[in-house]
Design a protein around this ligand. Structure first.
Ligand SMILES: Nc1nc2c(c(=O)[nH]1)N[C@H]1C(S)=C(S)[C@@H](COP(=O)(O)OP(=O)(O)OC[C@H]3O[C@@H](n4cnc5c(=O)[nH]c(N)nc54)[C@H](O)[C@@H]3O)O[C@H]1N2
Ligand SMILES: Nc1nc2c(c(=O)[nH]1)N[C@H]1C(S)=C(S)[C@@H](COP(=O)(O)OP(=O)(O)OC[C@H]3O[C@@H](n4cnc5c(=O)[nH]c(N)nc54)[C@H](O)[C@@H]3O)O[C@H]1N2
Ligand SMILES: [Mo]
Length: 772
């Protein structure tokens, strides 16, 4: 597996991205890329790097919204005024003075610096680390907690089984799965597109190969999903087309069959779980009069009752792994499908056997299923935040719209702070948040919005101050995923675009303006910080008995291999061996099919055991007959989120210039929609235009439209419309439940029709906004 990236005589140098390392050579306008330093398949996302470094949508100068410059800070509808270029000195003075003004008048608790987002892959030039470190030396900020990725699971899973990190990175590895199981019941599939990506990048793209080996070894992946290609179509995987939102009902019915047929493992349930009797009473209908039978579930999930019975028996007679992708919990009541899956896996009695039982997130990220590195890779320390107030990350619009209002979170009543200044670096809330037209209203509330961006994203367009930053490939950095095999020496490949600066240098100047430069930089330049981080890695290597290369050799060779931790006994295997000596970190030390703690909170949207709750966004069979469709807004195959949307791979996937929307042939036919047609997708919250792809790869009643098309709001026939196809124009902005308040953007109820009007051209991915 040791592939040696190198900087060769033809001018190729090593760099990395969230979708893995590559060698690049700058040709003046374009990048020539060789993916030779990663193992396995080349992610199509590489194509987006080729022609975007000098794209017309780059921000090339500090820009100030004219209304803010003229009228001064204050609430205002953002996203309309032209921008006025200013010098860097002027920009630093304006932003520095404004931060000081806000702190003096309203305190640090009026600055929102959560700044959620993926930014770029390097360990040092990591925008969030910098913005947090800067705001910390400036006295602190309101932070965000959790992620859009797994917000519900992060709060919920520790109550009933273990921390998300433990479950995703320590419970299961591919080798054990390949040899230890012969059936993966994959809720949300194991999508290849998602395994090409991880926060620190992926040097070893082994997902497809591992699934191939799994099949070759006699294993079967049964994907339960509204979309066929959530499992590789070139492998003999099975697809159970299920209506989205159907998992909880299906899993309760699978549990019903086990209990009804005496196939559940009572010995396991007695020894390793609590709450089975309460759960069983509910499943059998003793508590609410509704037995969760296969025919009951069929009415919700669309899987034939007879197939549910067969699937339950098959799971009971196989060496089974029940896997849940992140997507399941990124929708209303997202805690429930996870709890139902964990409960079903517990009934099967295989939890804690290698490669079997319950898993969360396999297929959602390139890191899962791999062993962690033998030692941690250094990161920029963020310092200490003196402000204790935080919000669950996906409650950002509520926070801005409802200062002073109380809300529930994980057994606590919290209060939204009154935010006057929003600082964002390395994220795109006008891509990632739900109900974007509502977010526009929310972004009208603060006095000032400062954004560091490389491109004129919708978030940059909704700022008062836009500070242009360098691309990852315009600077040097270090890159590594936590569960990967290599530390990448990320060489600068492209000269920085004139007018742009590194986030670090911008914050260093702002810190100087506020009199805290030394605290922020610790007297180091970015190159000196990189030297410190390389030295830390060298030290870690020596401490595990390895002989590290010296600094120059590291950069010359383009990286170094990092050993993984030996597998050993996993925490869940230890628990199975001896649950008294190795209890789970739950209140009972056992898997909780009923949680006294959660029940004690009294939340009707997250009761004490896995429960079928009817989501308001679910399209029922009768609503489908009335013309509603279930929108599946999943993560894109052609991009990472919204990053580099104008790039080659993303651009080529567009249909009639808009984001592709896949619709089942039958649903298209009744609407007179043909392949390539422009369609209008709408509900009460807003509408969007997309390009139709008619297919048999989505279940009837669903349409699939990935996230990430750059949001381009317009007024079309009096309705707020994204003319480019960002699904968050129509998604619901509400927490998964009062317990976790996670993002629930994956699924929405919409109507779709052929668009017959005059469609404005998409401009957001073509050029910068108008400036004076
Ligand atoms: N409806 C719906 N919505 C979703 C999801 C869903 O499934 N459905 N998925 C959610 C998930 S899982 C996630 S993680 C979020 C992702 O949401 P985000 O992480 O916000 O999305 P990105 O497009 O990665 O945004 C990163 C931004 O940082 C900029 N950037 C890159 N490098 C740098 C840098 O070095 N410095 C600075 N200053 N900026 C930089 C990029 O240009 C880009 O605009 O979306 C969420 N939204
Ligand atoms: N190429 C690429 N890879 C990525 C990302 C990206 O933007 N692009 N983003 C990364 C990030 S930040 C994250 S958090 C992960 C996200 O990982 P996930 O959340 O797992 O990814 P998604 O693609 O949103 O969803 C996976 C699949 O779940 C299916 N699904 C949707 N609703 C339901 C449902 O109700 N039930 C069932 N059973 N299935 C359903 C959809 O068909 C979808 O394709 O992906 C990571 N990987
Ligand atoms: Mo995510």
């Amino acid at each position: 597996m040791a592939v040696q990236p190198r900087s060769d005589e033809q001018g190729y140098r090593v760099h990395s991205s969230h979708w893995g390392p590559f060698e690049g050579r700058w040709l003046g306008e374009q990048l020539d890329i060789r993916p030779t330093c990663s193992v396995g398949e080349t992610p199509p996302l590489m194509g987006n790097l080729v022609d975007t470094a000098r794209h017309a949508t780059r921000v090339t100068q500090p820009m100030i919204r004219s209304g803010w410059l003229e009228a001064g800070p204050g609430p205002s509808i953002r996203g309309r005024d032209p921008f006025i270029p200013v010098s860097w000195d002027e920009a630093v003075r304006l932003v520095g003075d404004e931060i000081r003004r806000v702190i003096e008048l309203h305190g640090n608790e009026s600055i929102y610096g959560g700044s959620y987002g993926w930014s770029s892959a390097g360990r040092f030039h990591h925008a969030q680390s910098h913005v947090h470190r800067f705001l910390n030396v400036a006295g602190g900020y309101v932070a965000s907690k959790g992620t859009y990725s797994t917000g519900a699971a992060e709060v919920f899973l520790p109550h009933v089984v273990d921390a998300v990190d433990t479950v995703t990175s320590l419970w299961h590895d591919w080798e054990a799965i390949i040899t230890g199981s012969d059936l993966i019941l994959a809720f949300g599939g194991i999508p290849l597109k998602n395994m090409l990506v991880a926060p620190g990048g992926v040097a070893d793209h082994c997902g497809h190969e591992n699934l191939r080996r799994y099949s070759a070894n006699g294993g079967t992946v049964v994907s339960v999903s509204p979309v066929r290609d959530d499992v590789p179509t070139d492998l003999p995987c099975e697809w159970i087309p299920m209506r989205a939102f159907g998992d909880t009902a299906l899993l309760l019915a699978l549990s019903y069959v086990l209990i009804n047929e005496g196939l559940h493992d009572e010995r396991f349930l007695d020894r390793y779980t609590v709450g089975f009797p309460r759960f069983a009473d509910y499943v059998l209908g003793k508590t609410d009069g509704i037995p969760k039978t296969p025919s009951w579930a069929e009415g919700i999930c669309g899987v034939a009752a007879s197939d549910v019975v067969l699937l339950a028996r098959r799971a009971a007679s196989s060496r089974t792994l029940v896997n849940t992708t992140y997507s399941l919990q990124r929708s209303q009541f997202g805690e429930q499908p996870l709890w139902a899956a964990l409960s079903f896996a517990a009934l099967l009695g295989q939890v804690g056997l290698p490669g079997r039982g319950f898993s969360y997130g396999l297929g959602s990220m390139g890191s899962h299923g791999k062993l962690p590195m033998a030692f941690p890779i250094p990161a920029l320390p963020q310092g200490k935040n003196r402000v204790a107030t935080f919000i669950p990350v996906a409650r950002v619009a509520d926070m801005l719209l409802r200062p002073g209002q109380d809300y529930d979170f994980d057994g606590h009543v919290l209060t939204y702070p009154d935010i006057h200044l929003v600082y964002w670096a390395g994220g795109n809330p006008f891509h990632h948040h739900q109900d974007l037209f509502r977010l526009r209203e929310a972004f009208a509330r603060p006095d000032t919005v400062v954004v560091h961006e490389q491109y004129w994203t919708a978030t940059a367009r909704h700022a008062d101050v836009v500070l242009p930053v360098t691309l990852s490939m315009e600077r040097s950095d270090l890159g590594a995923g936590r569960q990967d095999t290599r530390l990448i020496a990320m060489h600068q490949l492209v000269p920085p675009l004139a007018g742009t600066r590194d986030d670090f240098d911008i914050f260093a100047d702002l810190a100087a303006h506020l009199g805290v430069r030394e605290e922020y930089t610790e007297g180091r330049s970015s190159h000196q910080w990189l030297d410190v981080m390389v030295a830390q890695v060298q030290q870690s290597m020596s401490s595990v008995g390895l002989n590290p290369p010296d600094r120059d050799e590291f950069w010359r060779v383009g990286g170094l291999d990092i050993p993984t931790r030996p597998r050993g006994e996993t925490p869940i295997e230890a628990f199975r061996r001896n649950p008294d000596r190795h209890p789970l970190p739950t209140p009972s030390g056992r898997i909780e099919l009923f949680s006294e703690v959660i029940a004690s909170f009294g939340y009707d949207d997250c009761p004490g055991h896995a429960t079928w709750l009817e989501p308001s966004e679910r399209v029922t069979v009768s609503e489908q007959q009335q013309g509603f469709l279930q929108l599946v807004a999943n993560n894109p195959a052609t991009r990472l989120h919204s990053q580099l949307d104008p790039g080659r791979t993303s651009r080529h996937s567009k249909v009639s210039g808009r984001e592709p929307l896949r619709i089942a042939a039958r649903d298209a036919a009744v609407r007179g929609i043909a392949d390539g047609d422009l369609v209008r997708v709408w509900n009460d919250r807003g509408q969007l235009l997309a390009g139709a792809v008619v297919t048999n790869d989505v279940v009837d009643g669903a349409v699939q439209l990935s996230t990430g098309a750059w949001f381009e709001p317009a007024d079309l026939d009096g309705r707020p419309t994204c003319i480019h196809g960002n699904p968050n124009s129509v998604t619901l902005d509400a927490g998964t439940s009062r317990l976790s308040q996670g993002c629930s953007g994956q699924l929405a109820r919409v109507r779709v029709e052929k668009f017959l009007g005059e469609a404005p051209d998409v401009t957001v991915t073509k050029h910068a906004p108008h400036s004076d």
